[in-house]
Structure formats: C-alpha cells, structure tokens
Ligand binder design. Structure first.
Ligand SMILES: Nc1ncnc2c1ncn2[C@@H]1O[C@H](COP(=O)(O)OP(=O)(O)OP(=O)(O)O)[C@@H](O)[C@H]1O
Length: 265
C-alpha cells in the first residue's frame, strides 16, 4: 500500500492555500505534519481524504489517482479521525464506534455479528472497552479522542488520517494517543497526523513534513529534519533540540529562561 502526493496544490474554490507538496507513505509508517496555525494542515488533510478536490498535482493510492477510486473504496481504506470537538448526538461510545462500520455494511443495513466484533476489537485496542455503554457527549475529551480513533479503526482501514489527535488533551492523554499511534503503525497501519508539538514527531514519526504558508519547507526523518534552525524557520522561536539517552530519542524545548533572565542570572 502506498499513498503518494506529488506536486499537490490545495485550497478552496477561489482561495488557493498551498502548493508544491510531495511525499509518499507506506504500510507501517507514520508521517507527522507540523506547521503554525493557518499554515494549511487541515486543508491538506481534507484534500488527502478526497473531501475537497486537489487544485493541482496528484494524489495516488497504490499508483491510481484518488479520484478514480470509488467513494466506498476510499471510505474502507482510509480512516479519518477528526478533532474531538466534533458534535455528536447522545449515542453511546459503542454506537459511535460501530458507525465506523458504515462504509462496510452500508448506512441502512443492520450491523452483523462480525461488525460488532470489529467494533469491540477497536474498543479493546484503544483500552476503552469499559466506556462502551457511556454516552459520548458525557465522557472526557481524552476519552472522546480515543473513541474517535476506535471508530476509525473499526472501519479496518489501511491508512489513518488524524487531524490534531492530541488537541485539547492533557499531558498524559497526549502521550497515550501518541503511544497508540506508534503501536498502530507497528501493527501495519500507515498514519498521517497533524500536531503542534514537534516532540510528537520525535516520539512516533518516520517522516516529518514541515508546512509553512501552504508550502513544504522540509520533509524527512525527524532527527534530520527537526533541527533548531528549521524549527526557528517554522515557528519563529529559538528552540533547543537535545538527545536524551534514557529514552533513546531527541526532545525539543523553547530555549528561553525567562525567570532566570528577569532575575539577571
Ligand atoms: N472553507 C474555507 N474557505 C476559504 N479559506 C479557508 C477555509 N477554511 C480554512 N481556510 C483558510 O485556509 C488557511 C489554512 O487553514 P487550515 O485550517 O488548513 O490551517 P491549519 O494549519 O490546520 O491551522 P490550525 O493549526 O490553526 O488548525 C487559513 O488561512 C484559513 O483561514
């Protein structure tokens, strides 16, 4: 399985947002999209999902143009995890997850035992089986995010596209979600996700794509791409990137010491 974009131009009718984007992702790989607010991440992901038409270039799935795949086939092969604030009627968590089967059973067919098993497997994979009978609108933001990931997994896709899956989550839940991303990729899924935290790319990505003003300013493995120079170019701030031996990876942090500087130290 290969999902590739080549020289992609994307945007809205009468409002081009970005162009010149090229990358390719295969089974078991994670591509992390980083960029400041308004740089075009959501627009690019929506284009990747076929929700808005590409304005130029190409998106191919296994070498065939995305537009030439049927909507049903795309819905089966590509799962989408929107941001968790997406509104829902008061369905239970297990009903929301079962909705992920719609692309396989058809909207108006009753789910089979196999569909229910797939939903149950997804709940268990995300560690939220105990929430199955809770109402989606009454669970926490972190639990909703896990539910939306389970819904996409119940679809049994090959590719998962996640739009800021850690937005509005606390530190612990962000780590949980990024850990799940790494585990799902290890199980063979291809995952494209956007995030505002470069550390997430260090923690789970094979490739990181840096988007600024709708253009890709860098693409490559996180340890080669997320340098202090590149992060300054992306966000306009000084950043320190350090290798931490205990966890075997790089971390990054803004390099300001405001309190110390204010005390004149
Ligand atoms: N429906 C639309 N029509 C026209 N322009 C839009 C539309 N939706 C978003 N935009 C514009 O597209 C640009 C990119 O927005 P987008 O939401 O893709 O950025 P983003 O990188 O995901 O931002 P954030 O990190 O804040 O979520 C912004 O300037 C935004 O105002």
């Amino acid at each position: 399985m290969t999902l590739a974009v080549a020289n992609l131009a994307f945007g809205y009718r009468g409002a081009p947002i970005g162009h010149g984007v090229s990358w390719s992702i295969g089974a078991g790989e994670v591509l992390c999209l980083l960029g400041p607010n308004g740089s075009g991440k959501t627009t690019l992901l929506k284009t990747l999902l076929g929700l808005i038409p590409a304005q130029g270039g190409s998106i191919t799935l296994d070498g065939r143009d995305l537009a030439r795949h049927s909507r049903t086939e795309l819905a089966r092969r590509i799962g989408y995890v929107p941001q968790a604030h997406t509104a829902f009627l008061p369905f239970t968590v297990s009903e929301v997850v079962l909705m992920g089967r719609a692309a396989r059973v058809g909207l108006f067919s009753a789910p089979s035992a196999h569909d229910r098993e797939a939903a149950q497997r997804a709940l268990e994979a995300l560690g939220i089986a105990h929430l199955a009978h809770r109402t989606y609108t009454t669970i926490s933001g972190g639990e909703r995010q896990m539910t939306l990931i389970a819904r996409a997994l119940a679809q049994e896709p090959q590719i998962l596209v996640m739009d800021e899956p850690t937005a509005s989550l606390d530190f612990g839940n962000q780590t949980q979600v990024i850990g799940r991303v790494a585990a799902l990729a290890a199980g063979g899924l291809a995952i494209v996700l956007s995030t505002h935290d470069p550390d997430h790319a260090f923690a789970c990505a094979d490739q990181v794509a840096l988007l600024r003003g709708g253009q890709l300013i860098a693409l490559g493995p996180p340890q080669e791409t997320l340098t202090a120079t590149m992060l300054k170019r992306l966000y306009g701030i000084d950043v320190t990137v350090t290798y931490v031996g205990e966890i075997g990876r790089y971390v990054c942090t803004p390099s300001f010491f405001l309190r110390r500087a204010l005390r004149g130290q």
